[in-house]
Design a protein around this ligand. Structure first.
Ligand SMILES: [Zn+2]
Length: 317
């Protein structure tokens, strides 16, 4: 009989779940970085990026401090390539809802997304409810075109780490998106952020996600830069990609789409395009929708599913 290998110091429990894309346990202590991709099923690019990061980390495993875990979110929606099936899975991570999900038996869920969350919580809860340092990345893509960005709380610890990624930081949006999974990580006292890496299904969004994650893994101390092949290239790549875009912006306005609105965004808006108050941005069955403030447009909606029509953000210090 084979004897189980036990390392008393590290108490390492491998994850067994169809949500696991892969995990790499380093040989030295350090942070746990969790990347969740495909919480929206029409955004499989993040899953591919996570696979790539795992491949990049494998050969340098002995230099890793901590652990990298890649998870996929909404498996039934990923299989159908739709944002969600019954409910938006990234609007349900509210403490009271999560508690209800934890207490509901697996065969009693009406909503497939809630069942997916229960499966994920089985992995996440033991990782997140510890004293250890956890960094949680929620990977997304968008239906518009234009620059990648990350949505983070306007809080020193987050800004200090995530400004090292070079990509534009967007503050305040998370208050208008109730129940995202980054809230769950933050409520548990960790760093959590959403990384919007590019347009749905594009190679660029995948490259951005890989480069951004590699920058993060170096910035948080999971892997020393000298052990990452071509690390300088990731840095240069990201600097080029975000050139000309603002570094830090804050939320000003969000257009909410309601059932039956027949919202249609005017064509050709890209993330961080300048808009002025009164600019005609979209139309619905009530008429013209105009910009309510000066600023940059963010995430103009060019897909059927979703209730956030567009955001307006402005420069901030
Ligand atoms: Zn998304």
């Amino acid at each position: 009989m084979q004897q189980a290998i036990q390392n008393e110091e590290q108490e390492y429990n491998p994850i067994i779940s169809e949500h696991l894309v892969g995990e790499i346990q380093g040989t030295q202590p350090g942070p746990t970085v969790i990347a969740v991709a495909g919480i929206h099923g029409n955004e499989p690019t993040g899953v591919r990026a996570v696979v790539e990061v795992l491949e990049l980390l494998k050969p340098i495993k002995e230099h890793i401090h901590g652990r990298f875990i890649g998870l996929k979110g909404n498996i039934p929606a990923l299989e159908k390539n739709v944002r969600f099936i019954d409910e938006d899975m990234n609007r349900l991570w509210i403490t009271s809802v999560l508690d209800k999900i934890r207490r509901t038996p697996f065969d009693e869920f009406q909503s497939r997304e809630r069942k997916q969350i229960k499966e994920l919580l089985r992995i996440l809860d033991p990782l997140v409810y510890t004293d250890e340092e956890v960094i949680y990345i929620d990977l997304h893509t968008f239906s518009a075109t234009g620059s990648m960005f990350s949505i983070i709380p306007h809080e020193e610890r987050h800004v200090e780490l995530l400004s090292q990624l070079k990509i534009p930081l967007v503050f305040g949006i998370q208050h208008t998106l109730i129940g995202t999974s980054m809230d769950y990580a933050e409520d548990a006292g960790h760093i959590g952020f959403a990384f919007e890496t590019g347009s749905h299904g594009t190679e660029e969004a995948e490259l951005n996600a890989v480069a951004g994650m590699m920058m993060l893994l170096v910035s948080c101390g999971l892997i020393p830069a000298r052990h990452v092949h071509h690390f300088a290239d990731y840095h240069t790549y990201l600097m080029n990609k975000v050139e000309g875009f603002p570094h830090k912006v804050e939320f000003v306005y969000k257009h909410v789409i309601e059932e039956g609105d027949e919202f249609i965004m005017n064509p050709n808006f890209r993330n961080f395009d300048n808009v002025e108050k009164g600019d005609w941005l979209a139309t619905d069955r009530h008429g013209k929708i105009e910009a309510q403030a000066d600023g940059y447009i963010l995430m103009p909606l060019y897909q059927v599913q979703g209730t956030d029509g567009f955001f307006i953000v402005r420069d901030c210090e």
